[in-house]
Design a protein around this ligand. Sequence first.
Ligand code: SF4
Length: 216
Amino acid sequence: MNIGQRLLKIYKRLLDYFGTQNWWPGETEEEIIIGAILTQNTNWRNVEKAISNLKNNGVLSIREIDKTDISTIAELIKPSGYFNQKAKKLKKLSSFLMEHYDGDMDKLKSVSTERLRSELLSINGIGAETADSILLYALERPVFVVDAYSFRLAIRHNLIWEDATYEELQELFTQNLPRDSSLYNEYHALIVQLGKSFCKRKNPICSSCPLNFDLH
Ligand code: SF4
């Protein structure tokens, strides 16, 4: 079985076991973009509280975040943790999107994935995982999102070497799977679920894991 077939088999097992994950929970592209910053280093429940504070105060948009002062944003997103840093990142991202795209999601959608990715990565505080989450989940671009959970799975199943980089692991998925944003959307969400349920950092529960068929 080649890598592509193995990755698809793993995907099917995860989907059969966990079912569809319905990511990303967000009503608009802007909400997803904002959520991609808020979700750094915290769980989704805390992000929801921060998003609901922004919404209730009429600040859940790129335009409004750009207009609102940083201390107000920090206060509203407090439940998501690291709120001063995240407020700074939200302000930087919003100011960039206002300056270059007038905060207009349709204008953003007309730009190539490569250009958008490099623009996002040029904004201070936006790393590869956040940029790729925005591209995949807000803009439906076929970009595979890599995170600590996918490294854990790939290393433990000998799909990649221990000191692989983000880009190397991303290529493992994108070069061996069809270029399909719906597949990448679901696959990443399922890997997160796997990491939380079975493939934990310490003491993975291999004996009852749906992927134990693939352990060598
Ligand atoms: S828990 Fe074990 S079987 Fe499951 S994905 Fe992790 S290493 Fe593989």
